[in-house]
Design a protein. Structure first.
Length: 68
């Protein structure tokens, strides 16, 4: 079952600040990526970094469109 970026973060028991720091992005960027508009514009390298932090794979994440 695929989950959203936000659900993956919540399942990992991380706040946006914690997850962003571990992934090497800003909290604002993570907040945007978790929004509907942002999830359509995620770079694959950023998705990989977030998946590593969340302990999942890119195929576990639901994205409205493919990533760049």
């Amino acid at each position: 079952m695929k989950v959203s970026l936000k659900a993956a973060r919540v399942n990992a028991n991380l706040t946006q600040v914690q997850a962003a720091e571990k992934a090497g992005i800003s909290r604002e960027q993570l907040q945007y990526l978790e929004s509907r508009d942002g999830s359509t514009n995620i770079k694959y390298t950023t998705l990989l970094a977030l998946c590593e932090v969340y302990g999942c794979t890119p195929s576990d994440i639901f994205l409205p469109t493919s990533c760049a």
